[in-house]
Design a protein around this ligand. Structure first.
Ligand code: ARG
Length: 461
């Protein structure tokens, strides 16, 4: 008990399992840097407020930088059972280096409640900015591929059934734009994460008139949390990161699922690079899309973390409760999972080989049935009627065993007299995609326009 921060009041020792259950040092040690920078900013503000002398401040700052060096070179020794978390560990070590008399003044007016929120927000802000850069790289590859490969046409699916011809690049951009929207959300989230709780105290505020703006500026925050109770208790920034991650991974998962399907022998539209596939220990012919399966699989983990943490939060009384310590591990793990996943997806996409001839071979004349209906619409026939006529053409093709595009002119005429010779032009996949030329469609110009729109989104921070 004596070394513990609150040892003044507690005399009996903790149950050893409780010590282990309570400690967070094994994961919050990763935020040693943020914790130390936060302490330096706090001490500097306390010096400005006359709480610390200039000499005390420089001792504290030098000592803290020494502690930082120990973490960086790996010489910091965590004292099990004493160093409950990163805040206690750093202060314990500071006391050993500069003496307890001065070190004991660092925590004046401060609470671990504000420290932990400050550390986590700084860390998350920095990590989300790295993720922003990874996502931008992924999206640049997405747009480059889409531009380069815009000529290739393949089946588009609904219900996983062949529906209408689309450009391969239209598929690429359908996900690309979803990810670009995730990027927009990310940038908004970072702004809300990057607000300073420092100076909120345990819950009621700082009694020494500390300059919160000065600390916020030093630590790179873009604003303050304006209520001290909320400032220490708010973990919405973690929840928001998890929600964001769950949304992104939902997209990653579906993107991966499509590519898994497209990489089967039955489809064969794409071939995964060896760097992102594995073999089978038993079946020599196998090449498994493990990277894509892991992307799909890990989306479940991230979604679970989001649900789990929201559940942790929902019944808490205000303000700080130890339940909040549960925010760390999901934050650390989800950030790593998302960061790794985006980089893996980038590698997969950058090295993916496409098989345009397989895409083309999978096109089926029935996929032009809508175009046949649209042909008659242009002759003034109501669409509801043309839909039936086109359906009868499909039926005739099935009955006679003749591909729809090989039916004779007379056969078509027998279905409906309004078919003219120019119907032959409509049995053309390229023409079909080029007809979809309203904004957002699969014509070449429209796909190129989407690419331009997305490149613009990448630029606007
Ligand atoms: N390790 C704690 C956490 O991560 C730090 C805050 C402790 N505060 C307290 N009042 N016990 O949440």
């Amino acid at each position: 008990g004596e070394n513990m921060l609150w040892g003044g009041r507690f005399t009996g020792g903790l149950d050893p399992l409780m010590v282990a259950y309570n400690e967070s040092i094994h994961f919050d040690k990763h935020l040693f840097k943020q914790d130390i920078l936060g302490s330096i900013a706090f001490a500097r503000a306390n010096q400005k407020g006359g709480i610390l002398t200039a000499d005390e401040f420089s001792k504290i700052e030098a000592g803290l930088r020494e502690v930082m060096k120990e973490w960086e070179d790996g010489s910091f020794k965590i004292v099990p059972g004493v160093d409950e978390d990163i805040h206690t560990a750093n202060e314990r070590r500071l006391g050993e280096i500069i003496g307890k008399d001065v070190a004991g003044k660092l925590h004046t007016g401060r609470s671990r409640n504000e420290q932990v929120a400050c550390d986590m927000r700084m860390w998350l802000r920095d990590e989300l900015r790295k993720i922003d850069a990874h996502l931008v790289t992924f999206l640049q590859i997405t747009t480059d591929r889409a531009e380069r490969e815009v000529a290739h046409v393949m089946p588009g699916y609904t219900h996983l059934q062949r529906a209408q011809p689309i450009r391969w690049s239209h598929w690429v951009m359908s996900y690309g734009l979803a990810f670009a929207t995730d990027l927009e959300r990310l940038r908004e989230t970072v702004r809300r994460v990057n607000r300073s709780p420092l100076g909120c105290g345990a819950l009621a505020g700082n009694p020494f008139g500390i300059d919160r703006d000065m600390m916020a500026r030093e630590l790179g925050f873009e604003g303050l949390l304006w209520n001290s109770m909320g400032g220490v208790a708010d973990r919405d920034f973690v929840a928001e990161e998890l929600q964001w991650a769950a949304m992104l991974m939902q997209h990653v998962s579906r993107w991966a699922e499509d590519l898994i399907i497209y990489s089967t022998a039955e489809f064969g539209f794409v071939r995964l690079a060896d760097a992102y596939s594995t073999g089978s220990s038993l079946m020599p012919q196998k090449k498994n899309p493990d990277s894509l399966e892991l992307l799909r699989g890990k989306s479940g983990r991230v979604l679970g973390q989001m649900c789990g943490f929201m559940t942790t939060l929902k019944g808490l009384p205000s303000t700080y409760n130890k339940d909040l310590q549960e925010s760390w591990e999901v934050m650390l793990d989800s950030v790593k999972t998302v960061s790794d996943s985006i980089q893996i997806a980038t590698g997969v996409l950058a090295t993916l080989e496409i098989k345009p001839e397989k895409m083309r071979a999978a096109l089926d004349p029935f996929m032009l049935a809508t175009d046949i209906a649209d042909y008659l619409v242009r002759k003034g026939v109501p669409f509801r009627e043309t839909h039936h006529i086109s359906g009868r053409v499909v039926a005739l093709s099935e009955q006679t065993g003749t591909p729809m595009n090989e039916l004779t002119y007379d056969q078509l005429k027998s279905v409906d007299a309004r078919f003219d010779k120019d119907i032959a032009d409509y049995f053309d996949y390229e023409r079909s995609v080029e007809m979809r030329s309203a904004k957002g469609g699969t014509s070449k110009a429209c796909v190129l326009e989407q690419i331009a729109v997305m490149r613009q989104m990448l630029k606007s921070k």
